[in-house]
Design a protein around this ligand. Sequence first.
Ligand SMILES: Nc1nc2c(c(=O)[nH]1)N[C@H]1C(S)=C(S)[C@@H](COP(=O)(O)OP(=O)(O)OC[C@H]3O[C@@H](n4cnc5c(=O)[nH]c(N)nc54)[C@H](O)[C@@H]3O)O[C@H]1N2
Ligand SMILES: Nc1nc2c(c(=O)[nH]1)N[C@H]1C(S)=C(S)[C@@H](COP(=O)(O)OP(=O)(O)OC[C@H]3O[C@@H](n4cnc5c(=O)[nH]c(N)nc54)[C@H](O)[C@@H]3O)O[C@H]1N2
Ligand SMILES: [Mo]
Length: 765
Amino acid sequence: MIHQRTLTAAHWGVYEVEYDDKGQATKLHPFSKDPDPSPIGLHMLSDEVARMRVRRPSFRKSWLEHGPGSNSDKRGQEPFVEVPWDEALDMVSAELKRVKHAYSNRAIFGGSYGWSSAGRFHHAQSQVHRFLNALGGYVRHQDSYSLGAARVLMPHILASMEDLMAMHTTWDVLADHCRLFVTFGGAPHKNAQISAGGAMVHRLKDGLYGMRAKGVRFINITPTAEDLDTGGDIEWLPIRPNTDAAMILALCHVLYTEKLYDRDFLDRCTVGFDRFAPSLADKTPEWAEKITGISAVRIRALAREMAATRTTVNINWSLQRSHHGEQPFWALVTLACMLGQIGLPGGGFGASYGPTNGMGSDAPLLAGPTLSQGTNQVPDFIPVARFTDMLLNPGGKVHYNGKELTYPDIKLIYWAGGNPFHHHQDLNRLRMAWAKPETIIFNEQFWTPAAKMADIVLPATTGLERDDIGYARREPFLIAMKKAREPIGEARDDYWIFSEITRRLGADDVYTEGRDAMQWLTHMYEEGRQKSARMGVDLPPFDAFWEAGIAKVPGPNTEPVMLAKFRADPAANPLKTPSGKIEIFSEKIASFGYDDCPGHAVWMEPIEWLGSRTAKRYPLHMLSDQPTDKLHSQLDHSPHAKATKVKGRQPVTMHPEDAAARGIADGDLLRVFNDRGACLASARLSDRIRRGVVRLSTGAWFDPQDSGSNTPLEKHGNPNALTLDIGSSKLSQGCIAQTCLVEIERFDGPAPPITAHQLPAFSQR
Ligand SMILES: Nc1nc2c(c(=O)[nH]1)N[C@H]1C(S)=C(S)[C@@H](COP(=O)(O)OP(=O)(O)OC[C@H]3O[C@@H](n4cnc5c(=O)[nH]c(N)nc54)[C@H](O)[C@@H]3O)O[C@H]1N2
Ligand SMILES: Nc1nc2c(c(=O)[nH]1)N[C@H]1C(S)=C(S)[C@@H](COP(=O)(O)OP(=O)(O)OC[C@H]3O[C@@H](n4cnc5c(=O)[nH]c(N)nc54)[C@H](O)[C@@H]3O)O[C@H]1N2
Ligand SMILES: [Mo]
């Protein structure tokens, strides 16, 4: 008997599942409807991936024997004891009850940041939030590591990042109308492999190549030229990291002093230009040259070129993942307003083409299936990246977006679908803070560094082991993700785990609403279908969709030019800002009185950069960008990701002259260090990176050498052993991973073995 292929979706793409004649899923193939499929997930069925699975409920030995809080500083160092499901669920339920009664729900942190997996029902972050809400609430997080600064800034001055992402001008319109595409931080093909929920038709490559074919000129302002490929010539302006706001303000200065700006657009569509303009007086190209390393002559000429032709200015998210990260975004919007081409085909700005696949799509918007998270009765929250601060300073205060928040006193952490020992900055500092709570529980698929640092780990299924619906914004398909195989070990769906716990605590009717998983899929799909119909998009009924295994979303992107309606009639189509217009000066932000984020775009020195004092001791600016071969830390142990490591370590890209000055050759083992920590990595030399800048992509599983030191050597190449853990500003408190200086030396000693991809130790009771 021949088994039909089924489909599965991951954030990095749809795959076709092949079965053998016994009905066993044996192989994944690229999706035939995708012109540029991603290889990231091809090995998801491999033994190497399966080897790291959590197989049974596991408890840290001291926690099991002596109860919550015991030897909490030994997390990550003690063996685990495997426990049968029933007993594990009884203990987890009793512990949640204890903490709730002893301290209240305000002592439970359920922020649980993380990308989880693609299916929209078994979305671990939604599930854990819904679960904790059913139990009376939890301390949540606000914003994301992705867009900490921009998510807070942009609604004040233009629109929410969600809305902006969905309204990007399509690639076709760019190819036909844009003549000059100027991008800060490239438009990396590696990053557009991803969309939250599943990139289905990868379109960045065709988009950029199509623009080049129609004669669009490209200028890439970035420390590394590796982040843009159009198949043709690109002018590279190798800027010093974290200085883009200075360059953009100098471009504004030239437009202003040479009267090349669009007064009519500024009057009709913006507020506050006249309060901002005087600040441009001294922002000359000569001033910017000293900061950015880009010649004043080139900056002046570029401003004139932009004003003379149809221009799109693009900015990557990494620029706001830095100290004062609001500023390059605000400056870019200001520049685009002065150019006056916002709302015209091929003109205006992107924020951004590159970070994910959705931007530039010609597929329509619809209301996809989503799981309601219920209501949270706990008012407390933190800006997401202030997690370590919260643990270290209960009762402490933090500024955020015009408010002053108080850090709660956390006794229990419940995490599902994220890896804080991947995503957080300054992981040595997090390790100290991590000892504070009494109990840390994870639902996980794999023995990640964070799972190994928990007290209780409950094994979760993967997207191949359950039925779900694949959906991502501005993708042209909905995918019936049919269960392809039985769970490995005793893994269970997060939904099953949370149903069992809520049942023990008498809250299962709130959590499950009496539906099983398949009934939820039908319910969520039909809810989305009705809403989509009201938006003019007709989807087939659930049964037809499930039977076919896929649904094509009909119709085009009906608004192919960003902000065209707003430009045509700003009064009839106001923005959701206080003035209804684009705010070059924001009264609201100015009213907060923050010294690190005034009422209009400025350039402020980051705490660490190539022009700062610290650069004398640590003369290399380390960028820790998104990895090419995986999504964050997911599948770091798969053959595809392992193949990119050199000597088992994450490679760090550096300029040949920086390497030669340190006696480093391609492939050498290196020690990357600063005052916060040190990690091993391997040398990858490239002259397509600016001198003084190095790039160590994220994702290598955190692997500290057990030395008893506060800053142990990380052995695998995880940049968060080195990054700085402070907020971008009082406004947003975003993560500033891209603000980080380091030094590098050759590591000639014997290389310590990597243990990150080994299972933890287990012991018997
Ligand atoms: N230095 C530096 N650090 C950064 C960044 C940077 O640029 N530089 N970028 C930041 C950004 S933008 C982000 S978004 C974060 C990403 O940080 P995370 O989202 O935390 O990273 P992931 O590795 O995707 O972690 C997801 C985890 O969820 C687990 N998981 C997947 N599916 C399921 C499921 O169905 N159930 C359960 N229970 N678990 C599941 C996976 O096994 C994995 O361990 O990292 C941030 N950190
Ligand atoms: N393959 C893959 N794709 C991903 C992800 C992944 O983990 N793997 N993660 C996804 C997620 S969650 C997110 S949030 C997005 C993030 O998307 P981004 O934040 O845009 O991605 P990065 O790779 O961090 O940075 C993009 C480029 O910006 C440049 N850059 C860094 N700092 C500066 C600077 O100060 N100035 C200038 N001009 N350029 C700078 C870097 O050199 C890099 O090439 O990517 C998504 N896409
Ligand atoms: Mo992100």
